[in-house]
Ligand binder design. Sequence first.
Ligand SMILES: [Zn+2]
Length: 197
Amino acid sequence: MTSALLIIDVQNDFTEGGALEVKGGAAVARGISALLERDAHRYGVVAASRDWHNAEGDNGGHFALDEEPDYMDTWPVHCVAGTPGAEYHPELDLSRVRVHVRKGQGLPAYSAFEGTTDDGRMLAAVFRDVGVTRVDVVGIATDHCVRESAFDAKRAGFDVRVRANLTAAVNPARVGETLRALEVAGIEIEGEPSTPA
Ligand SMILES: [Zn+2]
C-alpha cells in the first residue's frame, strides 16, 4: 500500500496577512513541515496544490469585482498567478514535495484534482502511476478546497483521510458540518481541526 500526502493551498493569500486570510494558516504550514520532517518516509509521494488565478477578469465569477464577496461562492481577489500572494507560505517545507499542482486559471477550482501538474498531468493519474492507494489530505481551507479535494480523491477511488489538525477553515463554525459530510462519504477524519478562538 502506498500513501500520498496531498497539501492543499498553503499559500500566502490564504494565511495571516493575505488577501483571503484564514486564521491558523501559518500554524498549518508549520505543522505540515513538522509532519514532513517526522513522517515523510511514510509517504510514497508528496504533492502540493496552489490556487493560481488569472490577473484579468473575474475567473468565472470567482472574484467579487463589483460587489462584496459572500465568502461562499465569491471571494476577494486572491492567488493571482505570479504574485507573492500565490506563492507557498514560507514556513511550508517544499524540499520533499515532488508534485506541484496549479488550479483555477480562469475559473473556480476548489479541488486539487481539477488542476494540472507542471508537466500538464492530472493528479489522479500521477498518483495511480506510482501505485498510490491512500491519500492523506491537509491544508487550507477545511471547508472549501480541502473538502472538495477529499471528496474528489474518494470519487477517484482512493482511500482518503483528512488530518483535521493540519487544516484551517475560512468559517470555523462550518467545520463540524464539513467533517460530518466527509465522514458520510466514507472519508476518515483524524485529529481535531485547529480553530483558534
Ligand atoms: Zn480561488
